[in-house]
Write a protein that binds this ligand. Sequence first.
Ligand SMILES: [Zn+2]
Length: 247
Amino acid sequence: MGKLKFKLASSVILSLSIIISCANMNANAFEKNSPVAPESAIQKLIEGNNRYVLDKSENPRQNSARRSETAESQHPFAIIVTCSDSRVPPEILFDQGIGDLFIIRTAGNVIDSAAVGSIEYAAEHLGVQLIVVLGHERCGAVSAAVKGGEAPGHISNLVKYIEPAVEKAKHMKTGGLIDNAINENVSITVEKIAESEPILKELREKGKLKVTGAFYDLDSGAVQFFKDKTENTEKVEKKDDAVHGKH
Ligand SMILES: [Zn+2]
């Protein structure tokens, strides 16, 4: 009888173990297959930025527990493409923590093929559904492009990426030249990402990716999201068509 009880108890424990293992597997699978929707991701960024602006940052998920939780895998909820400027640190100004944001930074938030590859990895492999291109006030890289002239070393390569935005800004009738160039530079980067083939454009068309622009105010700390990304994209497309039509 003793042996039978032991066998029964063992099989119950084994069954429970299997159930618990399956539950864990399902939970992991659910987590991996449940990316944060773009609207929810933007909301999280807005709420975090509001806390930062009001000096009420919670500095969430920046402890050893979070480090352990994310040590084996990452599930960021947003991709941020922004400037390398030391005054624009995304985790701080959006009040986020370890594993929350997948970040690409270059001076002037321009993107080359390595940057696009990084974005593709996060969107395709990690399943991130929101990309924010974040420009900022008094951007030195954009100011250098506005100033013109020959930039030294590899900086000239960087400035070339921003020149089309400066040219567009020069024809705008309202607003300051540098601010307009900063916003136009964001819009152009948004457009490049949105139309990037084969991965990003396809994800966007399937409704699995949203690309939006935003502007960071160095004085107030506030991030202003562009109102309608789609509208911006259409605007650029129409302009491009017009340019192509001239050739
Ligand atoms: Zn900058």
